[in-house]
Design a protein around this ligand. Sequence first.
Ligand SMILES: CC(C)(COP(=O)(O)OP(=O)(O)OC[C@H]1O[C@@H](n2cnc3c(N)ncnc32)[C@H](O)[C@@H]1OP(=O)(O)O)[C@@H](O)C(=O)NCCC(=O)NCCS
Length: 170
Amino acid sequence: MPTIRPARIRDIPAVTDIYNEAGVGTTASYALQPVTVADRQAWFERLTADEYPVLVMEDSDGLIVGYASYSQFRPLDGYRHTVEHSVYIREGRRDAGAGRMLMTALIDYARGRGVHVMVGVIDGANDASITFHERLGFEVVSRLPQVGRKFGRWLDVVFVTRIFEGNHPG
Ligand SMILES: CC(C)(COP(=O)(O)OP(=O)(O)OC[C@H]1O[C@@H](n2cnc3c(N)ncnc32)[C@H](O)[C@@H]1OP(=O)(O)O)[C@@H](O)C(=O)NCCC(=O)NCCS
């Protein structure tokens, strides 16, 4: 049985590989260069210091299958109830329910922390991720044409949101 748990520092090399595989070689992320393990360690330490989650899925062989995380959507304090998440599943392990399990755990965590809105920022041609988010209750709310550039072409970004109406913090 796979398990979902908070990431530990020793998971970061696997998280780095998964991110670089999906994020650099495709338009799933607009990163142009691979990140290093040190970059991802700094990212992990920043998120966990601010009590933001980095969850991993580990299979019964101890392999990290994917991860999901979020942090504040934008820096100003007025955005403190809105988070932007990311979710990446290892190539070869997609379309088998891992993303749904991880996102369900991340959504539960967010709700438990009083998050009001989760935002996903998705490449406009990433139909898999857009459909995936719709299946998880997110709604496409806007499209920003040509804000990204990678592989010599302009890229549209799609924003998806899920609002937790019950969460009304002060
Ligand atoms: C997008 C991604 C996270 C989905 O994870 P996954 O483990 O493959 O998805 P699951 O198998 O859990 O599927 C969950 C739901 O999404 C749907 N879905 C997943 N991939 C899909 C695809 N390629 N096309 C259509 N629907 C898809 C499934 O049908 C499923 O629906 P259901 O559970 O209601 O039957 C994964 O493909 C991935 O990591 N892609 C590369 C990185 C990426 O694009 N990350 C998102 C950046 S915004």
